[in-house]
Design a binder for this molecule. Structure first.
Ligand code: PLP
Length: 385
């Protein structure tokens, strides 16, 4: 069994993918070829955004989104500050730091695992320039509350929607719920390419123009550079793969949701199963349970031939590279208890649209037998929380 079965997906869409790739091989416009603009138009339309800027990775998307509004070094010795979640993939904090700004972590809420809006305001200082919520596991952060706080304080909101492209919050699409939204097309993501890829979305013409230049060495016209940018372009071949995959994306999202429901029906009396907050849909990038004794559950599942993953075992404020920042900010173990508890307990199960019912049942049975006994009973009580 695969954690994400890309081969099964390829078997399903081989003709579309091969035809799209063949077209690129025919025209040979590998850099910013026609498929890139076709993809940008289709993605923008999908999330109802005015602009989509495709780029080389989700990481680059975050960097471009910080560079465009010139968030970074700040004035004098003090860097700009960006408020974000400590419970995320490292790139979120990493790009804030790389842009020259300081990540300021705020604890998460325990249901969606996303930044807790009630704790944001106390973290705002005169140096705060943006809030960067992460829509983890496929479910949007509490964007209405976050946008309202940002509006009160004149801050930008940059959604890290790397895991949530395809999700909704009320009528809005993840990726287009803030100043800029950033997503990732890493192969294992709900919409993934065959290498690295990403995109930024915005309704702001000036930010869109800036990001378009920044992804291509700050060029404004050929060999005329008006900004310091990066080589952050999406390859035409990756755009071609994404165009083929977009054709089946809606049916894949439906399949993911059905698989998540089946897992939940089978597991809800045994472990803490994921919950989707009201007025939201999830892209189900991950199906993540919580267990008491994770190491033993992981090894028992491994023994049964079932791959699992932990997203993510070490919160950002406890990462070695942030030791100095943590000292400066007074962060230590215990600073963000909801995040730390989740980091100790979460376990992601195989999740992709081509999981079969017997496979889902096999995973569920293996989880049940792994947590049997007092731990299982405790976890069942937790599901009532
Ligand atoms: C929350 C989050 N942010 C950023 C990224 C970075 O995306 P990429 O791997 O495409 O650079 C990822 C990808 O794993 C992610 O999950």
């Amino acid at each position: 069994m695969e954690f994400v079965d890309l081969k099964a997906q390829y078997r399903h869409i081989r003709d579309r993918v091969d035809a799209r790739i063949a077209k690129v091989l025919d025209h040979q416009r590998f850099i910013l070829g026609p498929e890139v603009s076709e993809l940008e138009q289709r993605l923008a339309a999908r999330v109802a955004a005015k602009h989509c800027i495709a780029c080389a990775s989700g990481t680059d998307a975050l960097l471009l989104a910080l560079m465009a509004p010139e968030i970074g070094g700040g004035e004098g010795d003090e860097p700009d500050e960006v408020i974000t979640s400590p419970f995320t993939f490292f790139a979120t904090g990493e790009m804030i730091t790389l842009a020259g700004a300081r990540p300021v972590f705020v604890d998460i809420e325990p249901i969606g695992y996303n930044i807790d809006p009630e704790k944001i305001e106390t973290a705002i200082t005169p140096r705060t320039k943006a809030i960067m919520p992460v829509s983890l596991y496929g479910q949007a952060a509490e964007m209405d509350a976050i946008n309202a706080i940002a509006a009160r304080h004149g801050l930008a909101v940059i959604e890290d929607a790397a895991q949530s492209f395809g999700a909704h919050y009320r009528d809005a699409h993840s990726g287009n719920m803030s100043t800029i939204g950033c997503t990732s097309f890493f192969p294992a993501k709900p919409l993934g390419c065959y290498g690295d890829g990403g995109a930024c979305f915005t309704n702001d013409d000036a930010l869109a123009g800036a990001m378009e230049q920044l992804r291509n060495h700050g060029q404004q016209g050929r060999y005329r550079h008006t900004r310091i940018g990066i080589n952050g372009r999406l390859d035409t071949l990756q755009a071609a793969v994404l165009l083929a995959k977009l054709d089946v994306f809606d049916e894949e999202l439906t399949a993911r949701a059905e698989i998540a429901d089946r897992y939940t029906a089978l597991l809800k009396d045994t472990v803490h199963t994921p919950r989707i907050l009201p007025e939201r849909t999830s892209a189900w990038a991950q199906y993540t349970i919580e267990v008491e004794d994770r190491a033993s559950v992981e090894s028992s599942l491994k023994g049964a031939g079932i791959p699992t993953a932990v997203h993510y075992p070490t919160p950002l404020h406890l990462q070695p590279v942030y030791a100095e920042l943590a000292r400066e900010m007074g962060w230590a173990r215990g600073s963000f208890p909801v995040c730390e508890r989740a980091a100790d307990r979460v376990l992601s199960l195989p999740m992709h649209p081509y999981l079969t019912l017997p496979e889902i049942e096999r995973v569920a049975e293996a989880v049940k037998s792994a947590v049997r006994g007092p731990v299982g009973v405790m976890n069942a009580a937790l599901t009532q929380k």
